[in-house]
Design a protein around this ligand. Structure first.
Ligand SMILES: NC(=O)c1ccc[n+]([C@@H]2O[C@H](COP(=O)([O-])OP(=O)(O)OC[C@H]3O[C@@H](n4cnc5c(N)ncnc54)[C@H](OP(=O)(O)O)[C@@H]3O)[C@@H](O)[C@H]2O)c1
Length: 261
C-alpha cells in the first residue's frame, strides 16, 4: 500500500491522480490533500477519500469546510499547506499546485526526506539549486511528472547525464501554430486557452500557447538531470505529437521517448 499526499488535488493533475487512486483502492491510500479555491470539489474529495489531513489556501474557507464535512484536521494558508506536505505517514507527495505557490510546500516535503512526484515545474525554475541542495541534505527523491521529463527519466535508466549528447524536446506548436505575427496582435485569452491537444490548467495552457512552457521545461531538465543548457537547446515543432522527446547519446544511439500513439 502506498500512502500518498496530493498538493493541488482539485487541479488537472490532482484530479487525474485521484482517478487512478479511485481505481486501485488496494494499492493507494490518500493521507493528505490540499486545494486553492475550488471548495465544492474539495469537499467531495474529502468525503470520498477520507484523508488524515487537508489544507486550503484561505482561512475562512477552512472554517466552512469544517462545518460542512465534520472533518477536523483542516489547516489553512501557506503554512497549513506546508504542514500537509510534511505530514508524517505519506511515502509519496505529489507536487501539483500551479505556479510559485508550489515551491514552499514542495521544499517542505523534501525536507522531510519524502519521495516527491514533481509536476510543479516552477519549483525548479525558481529555485533549482536550493531544491537540489535540500534533496542531497535530507535524502529525498524527486521523480519528474511533467511528461517530457518523465520520458527523459525513464530513458536515463542505467545511464549518466554525461552519456547524453543531445536532447530534443518536441512541441505541438499549440493553438497558434502557423499563424503570422500580425495575426497574433488581436489574440484573446480564450483563444490562447483553447489548446488543440491537451486539457490542462490555465497557467500551463497559456504558457504552452506562448511557448514559454518549453523555456521552463529546458530549465527544469537542466536542474533535474544536471544537463548543460546547450545539450537541451534543440526544439522541434512536431505537430503530430507522437513523441515528446528525442535523445541522442554518446554511443550514437537515438532514443525516441514517450510514444503517445
Ligand atoms: N496539466 C498538465 O497536463 C500538466 C503537465 C505538465 C506539468 N504540469 C504542471 O503541474 C502543475 C499543476 O498544473 P495543473 O494543470 O494541474 O494546474 P491547475 O489545473 O490550475 O491546478 C492547480 C492546483 O493548484 C491549486 N492552487 C493554485 N494556486 C494555489 C495557491 N495559491 N495555494 C494553494 N493551492 C493553489 C489549485 O486549487 P483550486 O483549483 O482549488 O483553486 C489546483 O488544485 C503546474 O505547475 C503545471 O505547470 C501540468
Amino acid at each position: 500500500m502506498k500512502n500518498i499526499t496530493i498538493l493541488g488535488s482539485t487541479g488537472s493533475i490532482g484530479t487525474t491522480t485521484l482517478e487512478v487512486i479511485r481505481r486501485y483502492p488496494d494499492k493507494f491510500r490518500v493521507v493528505g490533500l490540499t486545494a486553492g479555491r475550488n471548495i465544492e470539489l474539495f469537499q467531495r474529495q474529502i468525503r470520498e477519500f477520507r484523508p488524515l489531513v487537508v489544507a486550503v489556501a484561505d482561512d475562512t474557507e477552512a472554517g466552512k469546510l469544517r462545518e460542512n464535512t465534520g472533518f477536523s484536521e483542516i489547516l489553512s494558508g501557506p503554512e497549513g499547506i506546508k504542514d500537509v506536505a510534511a505530514y508524517p505517514g505519506a511515502d509519496f507527495v505529489l507536487s501539483a499546485i500551479s505556479g510559485s505557490a508550489g515551491l514552499l510546500p514542495t521544499l517542505s516535503a523534501i525536507r522531510e526526506g519524502k519521495t516527491v512526484g514533481l509536476a510543479n515545474k516552477e519549483t525548479l525554475v525558481m529555485a533549482g539549486p536550493l531544491v537540489n541542495e535540500a534533496i542531497a541534505e535530507y535524502g529525498a527523491r524527486l521523480i519528474p511528472v511533467d511528461s517530457e521529463h518523465s520520458a527523459i527519466f525513464q530513458c536515463m535508466h542505467g545511464y549518466n547525464s554525461s552519456d547524453i549528447r543531445r536532447l530534443i524536446l518536441t512541441a505541438s506548436g499549440g493553438p497558434f501554430h502557423g499563424r503570422k505575427t500580425d495575426d497574433l496582435r488581436e489574440i484573446k485569452p480564450e483563444e490562447a486557452l483553447n489548446h488543440p491537444t491537451w486539457q490542462m490548467g490555465k497557467k500551463i495552457t497559456i504558457d504552452s500557447a506562448t511557448l514559454m512552457n518549453k523555456g521552463l521545461e529546458v530549465i527544469e531538465a537542466h536542474y533535474l538531470f544536471g544537463l548543460h543548457h546547450m545539450t537541451l537547446m534543440l526544439l522541434s515543432i512536431h505537430k503530430a505529437l507522437c513523441t515528446h522527446l528525442w535523445s541522442s547519446w554518446m554511443e550514437r544511439l537515438l532514443l525516441i521517448c514517450h510514444i503517445l500513439i
